[in-house]
Design a protein around this ligand. Structure first.
Ligand SMILES: NC(=O)c1ccc[n+]([C@@H]2O[C@H](COP(=O)([O-])OP(=O)(O)OC[C@H]3O[C@@H](n4cnc5c(N)ncnc54)[C@H](O)[C@@H]3O)[C@@H](O)[C@H]2O)c1
Length: 246
């Protein structure tokens, strides 16, 4: 079960943290993994690590927020069976939480560009080939911030993540007859962003007693990417150790 031999996966923003873990898990199940990142050196290092571990991997450096760069990156990568839209947070910007009322309109784009438009651009680039081959998997890495409100000052991030979840639901309906599934994973707090009083408090409230790891997300991606998950589409699956505190 969950054998991905012969499949090619492209994981965006896979040069570190969650994306790197997803790339490693897909490769461990036999997929050829195209590691994308806006920072070429990060992508090279993850791809090299996969090859050293006996897997198959290459790099496609592009910026998911730039449709031309995305189209060139997909053209260079070849046929993609599995797309994981992982690039997110504030993209190339620092993620600085701020109450909405203090934000200027020109600050919205840093969250919407990567978390929503990046998903649109990459899905648009991947779909024609998937339709042609009659199969495909699109998985979008979202967040509890896209499904639940909180007071952390991340409303625009939540808007981008929630928008992508809604888009995936519609895409799932449009593409189901062509053998393509589209699902979202809504993550809780991951270990790589822990730190500070607020996240410490959140971490203590997680019922399973620990923060999320890249392997937790990678395992869910392996399942959704597999033939065995062909009956799962249009869903948002929460991975959060039991709860998301608002
Ligand atoms: N870390 C968390 O606690 C958490 C919680 C919920 C959801 N998420 C989501 O999980 C995903 C991964 O988060 P993370 O914390 O592992 O990310 P991260 O910030 O550690 O790494 C993201 C990678 O994406 C790359 N990147 C940024 N902008 C890009 C662009 N425009 N094009 C291509 N690559 C780009 C970065 O260079 C970086 O290597 C994101 O979608 C994030 O929103 C994370």
């Amino acid at each position: 079960m969950f054998d991905l031999t012969g499949r090619t996966a492209l994981v965006t923003g896979a040069g570190q943290s969650v994306g790197a873990g997803i790339a490693r898990c897909l490769a461990a199940q036999g997929a050829h993994v195209v590691v994308n990142d806006i920072v070429a050196g990060r992508a090279e290092s993850v791809a090299q690590g996969i090859r050293t571990a006996g897997g198959s991997s290459s790099v496609s450096r592009f910026d998911v927020t730039d449709p031309e760069s995305v189209a060139d990156g997909f053209a260079a990568a070849g046929a993609i069976d599995i797309l994981v839209n992982n690039a997110g947070n504030a993209g190339a910007h620092t993620f600085a939480p701020k109450p909405f009322v203090e934000m200027e309109p020109d600050e919205y784009a840093r969250f919407l560009d990567v978390n929503l438009h990046g998903v649109l651009h990459c899905s648009r680039a991947a779909l024609p080939g998937m339709y042609e081959r009659g199969r495909g998997r699109i998985i979008t890495i979202s967040s509890g911030a896209g499904t639940t409100g909180n007071r952390m000052g991340i409303s625009l991030y939540g808007a981008g993540k929630g928008g992508a979840i809604a888009f995936m639901r519609h895409l799932a309906m449009e593409s189901a007859a062509m053998g393509v599934t589209a699902n979202s994973l809504a993550l809780g707090l991951m270990a790589n962003t822990a730190g500070g009083a607020h996240t410490e408090r959140l971490a203590k409230s997680i019922p399973v007693g620990r923060l999320g790891t890249p392997d937790d997300v990678g395992a869910a991606c392996v399942w959704l990417a597999s033939d065995e998950a062909s009956w799962v589409t249009g869903k948002t699956i929460t991975l959060d150790g039991g709860s998301i505190t608002t």
